[in-house]
Design a protein around this ligand. Structure first.
Ligand SMILES: *[C@@H]1O[C@H](CO)[C@@H](O)[C@H](O)[C@H]1NC(C)=O
Ligand SMILES: *[C@@H]1O[C@H](CO)[C@@H](O)[C@H](O)[C@H]1NC(C)=O
Ligand SMILES: *[C@@H]1O[C@H](CO)[C@@H](O)[C@H](O)[C@H]1NC(C)=O
Length: 229
């Protein structure tokens, strides 16, 4: 929960400071300010119609184990599903996913989901993913701060948050242990609900639908305008 509270606090501060500044600080998405993004709501039982399904056309071969759509079952934070579609290959054994990007991540349709998304978006949160051995991947969160807060890419890194994705015998189930400030806070199930070919897995019905509400939020490139700033 610490990451959530930190992001919530940070985005509240940003929201307060924002009117005093130009929104000129982060150009992480095809030269667009990450804050051009907003949320829209879709039916959770149609999620595969809206999220971009990861497959061999949009995921580098090094991450082919992660085709499809994944549900973060048991995640204490207010994000729900993700896709590795359009993840960027950095050609150094690492891959970068923009958490706020359009139709690749989904959020709880609640105040918490909205607040978490605002924090993620305002700080242009990206995850840098690297395979550590045959059975696991390590995730390093990176944020981008506005010019008036140094204008730097900051690797949040292992002091604040450490995430791993650890293989099980079931290719549709991975484990997601998390630590904040070097304290292990728990593990949730990282569960494939849709295959790369768009077919629902059994877990769509057994794990996802019984636990999810009727609707879900997705990020989208919104109609933000800088006019008047
Ligand atoms: C996660 O998966 C394990 C192994 O299948 C299972 O025992 C556990 O109940 C699952 N947790 C949740 C939250 O579904
Ligand atoms: C921050 O990272 C982005 C994406 O990798 C890059 O385009 C940008 O130039 C970086 N900015 C700074 C100040 O290093
Ligand atoms: C989709 O992929 C799954 C897993 O590889 C496979 O079992 C299923 O038959 C495929 N469905 C279609 C329609 O190709």
């Amino acid at each position: 929960m610490q990451l959530h509270s930190t992001l919530l606090l940070a985005s509240t501060i940003l929201a307060a400071v924002q009117p005093l500044t130009k929104r000129d600080y982060c150009f992480l998405y095809n030269n667009q300010d990450c804050r051009d993004f907003t949320l829209y709501e879709v039916r959770s039982d149609e999620i595969e119609k809206h999220m971009i399904i990861g497959d061999s056309t949009n995921i580098p071969a090094g991450l082919s184990e992660f085709h499809g759509i994944w549900y973060m079952n048991g995640n204490p934070l207010a994000d729900e599903c993700l896709s590795f579609a359009n993840i960027k290959d950095n050609h150094d054994g690492t891959y970068t996913s923009r958490v706020y990007d359009q139709n690749i991540w989904s959020w709880d349709p609640s105040f918490d989901g909205k607040a978490l998304y605002d924090g993620v978006r305002d700080f242009a949160l990206t995850y840098i993913i690297k395979q550590t051995n045959a059975n696991s991947y390590h995730v390093t969160p990176t944020i981008f701060t506005p010019n008036y807060l140094f204008g730097q890419n900051i690797t949040v890194g292992d002091m604040l948050a450490e995430f791993d994705i650890v293989k099980t015998n079931d290719p549709d189930l991975w484990l997601r242990p998390s630590s904040f400030f070097k304290h292990y806070v728990g593990t949730y199930n990282f569960t494939r609900i849709v295959y790369g070919n768009g077919t629902r897995t059994k877990r769509y019905y057994s794990d996802y639908l019984p636990n999810i509400g009727n609707s879900i939020f997705l990020g989208i490139k919104g109609a933000f305008t800088t006019a008047g700033l």
